[in-house]
Write a protein that binds this ligand. Structure first.
Ligand SMILES: Nc1ncnc2c1ncn2[C@@H]1O[C@H](COP(=O)(O)OP(=O)(O)OP(=O)(O)O)[C@@H](O)[C@H]1O
Length: 300
């Protein structure tokens, strides 16, 4: 059965200036065991989608299902654990007290000592939450999300504010959890995290899914391969086969084309271009190209 399914989901928020469309006809399905990164610029609609998956807000149009039922039923049954951007923790409690308090709501689900070991919280057990660093608090939130022993984990920018080491440690722990077959959906601004950790990337911009695939698929889709050459005399009036857009880099020009091999052949055999180079796009440029396309309608 599908872990999470969004069908033609729209979410409008009323504001003084009229409704804001945060999510615009989104369709997506997550299979059990998938690790999926939800990537997009600020205000793209990631948190709003996540809130709907957790039953915190309802879609204006369309349906959201978790394991074939309502998100709220899945949350109540402890089948989803989440880290949200604003998760309140009680400063005066210790790490152990915090976990014990929440564990009483899910009796028998999980052994706390084991959970603390799994999430590297054992050395912090008696530390007050107010004395924990940002990264340590985030680890605590992660442990809290695991208490119901959920089969879906939804993490909204879980490593925001963590330093490089804390991020690496966090992902190592999450990786172990995902190895147990959990479905993981995480929103992030860090392209590298998506690249290193996710099986699949869903790219969202202005409330719409603009790409959905593996890292390699997104790279190809976003910017494909480009061809650059030394050709100071080239101007956009000189037509080249299949070129969609270009950039100048000093005396070099870089072109993106539907068929980079055909373009390279043409440049070599029929033009004054020299010193050709063919480059495969990285995820950063794919991200920029795909999100730029939706915001300006142009690829140049
Ligand atoms: N309660 C609300 N009322 C009005 N507008 C809202 C509300 N919540 C979100 N929005 C708007 O909906 C859009 C999507 O917001 P959302 O928080 O889902 O984006 P996001 O992709 O999670 O962004 P970020 O990466 O900055 O966290 C934004 O334009 C935001 O201003």
């Amino acid at each position: 059965m599908t872990a999470i399914a969004l069908s033609d989901v729209v979410k409008d928020f009323p504001t003084g200036d009229g409704p804001v469309r945060a999510v615009d006809h989104v369709n997506l399905m997550l299979d059990p065991g998938e690790v999926v990164a939800f990537l997009g610029p600020n205000g793209a609609g990631k948190s709003t989608c996540i809130d709907m998956m957790l039953g915190l807000t309802d879609p204006t149009h369309g349906t959201v299902q978790v394991h074939g039922g309502s998100p709220r039923a899945a949350v109540q049954a402890g089948r989803i654990g989440a880290i949200l951007q604003s998760g309140g923790l009680l400063d005066d409690l210790t790490v152990h007290q915090t976990l014990t308090m929440i564990a009483t709501l899910h009796p028998g689900r999980i052994d706390l000592d084991t959970l603390m070991r799994r999430t590297n919280l054992t050395p912090l057990a008696s530390r007050r939450v107010s004395h924990c660093s940002g990264g340590e608090r985030q680890r605590l939130r992660f442990a809290l999300a695991l208490i119901p022993d959920p089969d879906i984990l939804i993490l909204d920018e879980p490593t925001a504010g963590m330093d490089v080491n804390a991020r690496a440690e966090f992902w190592a722990t999450t990786h172990q959890e995902a190895a147990n077959g959990q479905t993981v959906l995480f929103a992030t601004h860090y392209l590298k995290e998506a690249q290193d950790f996710a099986d699949r990337i869903i790219l969202i911009a202005e409330g719409r899914i603009v790409a959905d695939g593996t890292v390699d698929e997104i790279r190809r889709l976003g910017a494909g391969r480009s061809v650059s050459a030394h050709w100071p005399g080239w101007t956009p009036d000189i037509s080249l086969p299949g070129v969609t857009h270009h950039e100048r880099e000093g005396e070099r020009v870089r072109w993106w084309a539907d068929d980079s091999d055909a373009l390279a052949l043409h440049l070599l055999t029929s033009t004054a271009a020299t010193d050709l180079e063919i480059t495969t796009a990285d995820l950063d440029s794919a991200f920029a190209a795909l999100t730029r396309t939706t915001t300006t309608g142009a690829t140049a």
